[in-house]
Design a binder for this molecule. Sequence first.
Ligand SMILES: [Zn+2]
Length: 73
Amino acid sequence: MAIGTWEDLQKLYEGAGGFAHCHWCGDGACETAIQEKTKVTIRNLPFGRDETPGTCVHCGKDSIGRVVFAQAY
Ligand SMILES: [Zn+2]
């Protein structure tokens, strides 16, 4: 599912979990912070990435497109 805000992302992973399509800035420090807060990992898709510009769901910096977030097992 497409997630647009940090609040929605946290709600998803406090509840049902699963996969989320989110804008992400590409910054490794931001990825680490997301992992620590939600226990999800970021999976870049080699194909089919949506390259619509947006803002990072976590820090609000520019994003070149959505990536897939998924819970670590
Ligand atoms: Zn970010």
